[in-house]
Design a protein around this ligand. Structure first.
Ligand SMILES: [Zn+2]
Length: 171
């Protein structure tokens, strides 16, 4: 790390400590050339590329805002949402990439949201997967019925036999 005072191309770490609950590391450094001290901070990068092309740091809060909206009126509590946002962040970081498309963040929310609440999932999926018609909802609902679900009651419905129109899904 270059010394910001004399531009010497080396500096010595004299202290390191975790900050922000260990998600960042702050280092105190000293320049062996001019003796000045300065601090640096190390953060694991996770930037979101927005549709406009601009990037911004990943925000759990933004994930929370999105899923909270989808879960309005549903029997889901705040702890569930916090946990979901944490799982989403872990999944995104797990890709090992420093930059992720905003759309992929939306997609990463889908699986844990489906486990949490199927109605909230449908609301969210209708936006992020651009549901354009009732058929899109029907297809997704058929898929949900076919999936083994730990949330809803264990129905023994054959996966393809029952095809009903869900008229209760509105915006
Ligand atoms: Zn220096």
């Amino acid at each position: 790390m270059i010394c910001p005072f004399c531009r010497n191309d080396d500096s010595r770490v004299i202290d390191s400590r975790p900050v922000e609950e260990g998600t960042q590391i702050r280092r105190r450094r000293e320049c062996p050339e001019c003796g000045q001290r300065f601090s640096t901070q190390e953060v694991a990068l996770l930037n979101i590329i927005k549709r406009s092309g601009a990037t911004e740091p990943f925000s759990r809060e933004k994930v929370l805002v999105g899923v909270r909206k989808a879960c309005q009126g549903r029997p889901v509590d705040e702890d569930d949402l916090v946990l979901l946002a944490q799982r989403v962040e872990e999944a995104l970081r797990g890709t090992g990439q420093a930059e992720i498309e905003a759309h992929d963040v939306g997609m990463a929310i889908l699986a844990p949201l489906r486990e949490l609440d199927e109605v909230a999932y449908l609301r969210y999926a209708s936006v992020y997967r651009n549901f354009a018609s009732l058929e899109d909802f029907e297809g997704e609902i058929a898929l949900l019925r076919a999936l083994p679900s730990n949330a809803s009651s264990n129905s023994s419905t054959p996966s393809s036999a029952s095809k009903r129109t869900e008229s209760s899904v509105k915006n």
